[in-house]
Design a protein around this ligand. Structure first.
Ligand code: NAP
Length: 486
């Protein structure tokens, strides 16, 4: 079956791309989704307490504002419902239960051959929107199989498992762990939190959105747009603390350490919870119940990594041993080595994973040299630590729609970044990353362990990202001249 454009994945990125293409009049598209529902990360993450730490009205598509958000920070299920509504209202054609197994560029046809578990497709343009937080990463212990009891990754929560009355080990101190650990502790017999690195945590100050405000946003679209713009502008201010160690970073640090001091009075515990790296190097977390859960003893802090299992005994790097009934790995995702890269072959059969063997790179964050008519969403340098992923993904979706529309208008069959365009863009990203807090020496999922390059995060502001991609949309179409036969 031939379709002009195939989008792989129906998470935020895939929905953004589908909606933007349809709105640009490009309707020969299909989204292939391996799961049975849209939503990506918000479909997969159903752990207790799952919620967003970006304000709700900013964590939405600009073209589908939601006046009805119930909380300042939405729960995961409310975001998932929103994404389902958007996919339905935008009339996206999605083939669920379709797992893409291979994607191969066909020079003779100037298009992609796509193999899936339900059949084959061909398309001219391929948009990879498979997400960066989709493949769980858990520590590998040879003795894990000897553990008798539930073992779950935070993003593969088994709602059929009742942790009440159990001795639970929670591994990790990222955004997922700080949300779920206090909830687990509310019913567990004991909760032990294995902390390899302490996190910086700032107040969350969540609140219900008043019915009057919802009613105002329902009737006054301008008020809702203004509110969103104000939230965006406020979030953008957070970038300054990441690029320079000045007053902004000091203020952020004071907020976090002040929060710790206010919520944890025990000096030794407070010391154990104080990070030993610069604030902002890892994601700054928002929580009002994380420190109290630890300070009250509901969550027992083990200030070292989980390093081994001996049957049901969990062994920490400190040597401390804990008998457990269940383990929750809140240990993050395979971000720097996206699994889809093992299934994409460009010109001359080159594997995307090989092209990215030193870390992800692309021109304009989306076009990869040697991979014609491929647009990668949410890949290299397209994430942010300080603002909404929706803004970034919409900017990428807009560029995708602009490039595809122009290919038809300008009668161009193949677009592709040249090696030099990709190199220059990468050099520009590297220059902007130099001296930022993300490269100040901590271990984070933003930095590729093979090259020590910042490959996940965009080092600038969201505004700069949008502007940079809009400039590409207006520039001559990227065509790899050296690849076109004379
Ligand atoms: P993460 O940020 O990658 O955190 C993984 C954690 O596991 C880290 O604290 C890591 O320690 C720890 N870890 C790994 N192996 C360990 C071991 N053997 N012993 C002890 N600790 C170990 O993953 P995440 O919390 O799932 O969050 C990933 C991203 O998802 C976030 O950054 C965010 O973008 C997104 N997210 C967002 C929200 C939201 O509210 N918007 C909520 C959840 C997730 P080290 O720090 O030492 O490596």
């Amino acid at each position: 079956m031939f379709v002009d454009t195939i989008i792989v994945g129906a998470g935020i990125a895939g929905i953004a791309a589908g909606a933007r293409l349809l709105r640009a009049g490009l309707d020969d598209i299909v989204i292939l989704e391996r799961a049975a529902d849209v939503g990506g990360t918000w479909r997969d993450n159903v752990y207790p307490g799952v919620a967003c730490d970006i304000p709700s009205h900013l964590y939405a598509f600009s073209f589908r504002p939601n006046p009805a958000w119930s909380q300042r920070y939405s729960a995961g299920s409310e975001i998932q419902d929103y994404l389902r509504r958007v996919a339905r209202d935008e009339k996206l054609l999605i083939r669920f239960g379709t797992e893409v197994t291979d994607m191969e560029w066909d020079d003779s046809e100037n298009g992609w051959k796509i193999r899936t578990n339900t059949g084959a497709y061909r398309c001219r343009t391929l948009i990879l929107a498979a997400g960066r937080l989709s493949e769980p990463k858990s520590p590998e212990f040879p003795t894990l199989s000897t553990f008798e009891g539930p073992v779950m990754h935070s993003s593969r929560w088994d709602t059929g498992v009742d942790l009440a009355g159990k001795r639970v080990g929670v591994v990790g101190t990222g955004a997922s762990a700080v949300q779920l650990a206090p909830r687990v502790a509310a019913t567990a017999a004991s909760t032990t939190l294995f902390q390899r690195s302490a996190a910086y945590v700032v107040p969350r100050n969540d609140a219900e959105i008043a019915p009057e405000t919802q009613a105002l946003f329902e009737t006054d679209a301008t008020a809702l747009t203004r509110h969103r713009e104000a939230l965006f502008a406020e979030a953008e201010l957070g970038h300054a603390a990441r690029v320079a160690d000045g007053v902004d970073r000091a203020a952020l640090r004071n907020t976090a350490l002040g929060h710790l001091e206010a919520q944890v009075t025990d000096g030794a515990l407070r010391a154990a919870l104080t990070p030993d790296y610069e604030i902002g190097c890892k994601r700054v977390l928002l929580s009002d119940d994380y420190y109290p859960a630890i300070a009250s003893g509901a969550v027992h802090l083990e200030p070292s990594a989980l390093v081994a299992l001996d049957g049901n005994v969990a062994i920490a790097a400190s040597g401390n041993r804990f008998e457990l009934d269940a383990i929750v790995f809140a240990t993050g995702f395979a971000t720097t080595r996206p699994p889809y890269a093992q299934h994409v072959r460009g010109r001359d059969g080159r594997l995307l994973a090989d092209h990215w063997s030193e870390g992800m790179t692309a021109y304009a964050t989306m076009l990869v040299a040697g991979f014609p008519n491929l647009l990668v969403l949410d890949g290299p340098n397209a994430a942010l630590g300080h603002n909404s992923a929706f803004v970034m993904l919409e900017a990428q979706a807009e560029l995708a729609a602009a490039l595809i529309a122009r290919m038809s208008i300008e009668a161009v069959d193949v677009i592709e970044a040249t090696e030099s365009a990709e190199r220059e863009w990468t050099a520009r990203v590297d220059a902007a990353s130099t001296g930022t807090v993300w490269l100040s020496g901590c271990r984070s999922w933003y930095v590729d362990e093979r090259s020590d390059r910042l490959t996940l995060l965009w080092p600038g502001t969201a505004t700069e990202f949008r502007d940079a991609l809009r400039a590409v949309a207006e520039a001559p179409l990227p065509v790899a001249n050296e690849n076109i036969p004379a």
